[in-house]
Design a protein around this ligand. Structure first.
Ligand SMILES: Cc1ncc(COP(=O)(O)O)c(C=O)c1O
Length: 291
């Protein structure tokens, strides 16, 4: 989503490799060094990171890396301040374990990190209200930019959220949402285990939160909109997924074409079981699989 927004305003994005603990700090540092070598460090505006259960992989940035991202941003702020944008859209949708400290919490002088959160995932996507915690001197600038861009968020929806937040209903609601999604996640994971375990070279992440499971198929099975699998899954088996390649920046040499994002947010438990069954049938019966 954010890549699309950035591309839309003409920004250049550089992907940083991640692993099971989120963005790799050594790769981030290499990136910064590369920008310095090519005399482009002055063009770097921000480091963007989805700290909790990122979309699409469901992976979270480890606590030690959260601290290191802030340290690196400060250390490399040579020409101007390099900001860190912490997108914590899924922070409240945690189904196991304790919350990790935010990236923002490591920015002791509150100059470097912008923390962005939304009520879309925890309360209702339709209210279109979120919030940010930003360095003081950026409040006016960002407020003006936002106002010019969208003429302000709907007042009624903001009042609605304020009322809900002041009451105890928000926390109660989030707890209900969390429990419901936890069950859906578990259902999706057990369905995947049941349906895909006998298929070689298929693997998937076990997210501890968020709304998605990230699945990787054997290299030879492409998942894109124009792939045989997509056509077969949608037209014949009436099941849909989001092709993984949409989540890589254009031209990223690391792009894999055999991945997909599965969402468990909207479907019922039966719908999830049925969907995973249909997906597995699509992979199993795909004509090209036998080649
Ligand atoms: C990581 C991430 N950040 C932000 C958003 C957008 O949230 P909102 O509905 O508040 O625009 C999404 C939506 O899918 C997301 O996945």
């Amino acid at each position: 989503v954010f890549l699309g927004v950035l591309n839309g305003v003409g920004a250049r994005t550089i992907a940083v490799e991640s692993d099971d603990s989120g963005m790799r700090i050594d790769r981030l540092e290499e990136c910064l060094q590369q920008l310095k070598r090519s005399n482009e460090l002055h063009r770097l505006k921000m480091i963007y990171v989805v700290s909790d259960f990122e979309n699409p992989s469901g992976i979270s940035l480890s606590a030690s890396r959260r601290k290191q991202v802030v340290e690196l941003a400060k250390q490399w702020s040579i020409h101007h301040r390099i900001m860190v944008l912490e997108d914590a859209a899924y922070r409240e949708l945690r189904y196991n374990g304790d919350p990790l400290p935010s990236v923002w919490s490591f920015d002791e002088n509150r100059e470097t990190v912008i923390l962005a959160q939304t009520f879309s995932k925890s309360f209702s996507p339709g209210v279109r209200v979120g919030f940010g915690v930003i360095p003081r001197e950026l409040v006016g600038v960002i407020g003006n930019l936002k106002g010019n861009d969208d003429f302000g968020s709907a007042n009624l929806n903001q009042h609605l959220m304020a009322t809900v937040l002041e009451s105890e209903r928000y926390e109660q609601h989030v707890e209900i949402v969390r429990q419901s999604y936890r069950t859906k996640r578990d259902t999706m994971l057990s369905s995947l285990h049941q349906e895909f375990s006998d298929l070689p070279d298929v693997r998937w992440e076990h997210p501890r939160g968020g709304l998605y499971v990230w699945l990787t198929l054997p290299k030879r099975i492409e998942t894109g909109f124009s792939s045989k699998l997509f056509e077969f899954a949608v037209r014949t088996n009436h099941v849909m997924y989001v092709p993984g390649e949409l989540f890589y920046p254009t031209g990223d040499p690391a792009m894999q074409k055999n991945q997909m994002r599965l969402s468990f947010g909207v479907q019922s438990l039966d719908g999830i079981r049925e969907g995973i069954g249909r997906l597995a049938a699509s992979v199993r019966d795909l004509p090209s699989c036998d080649e």
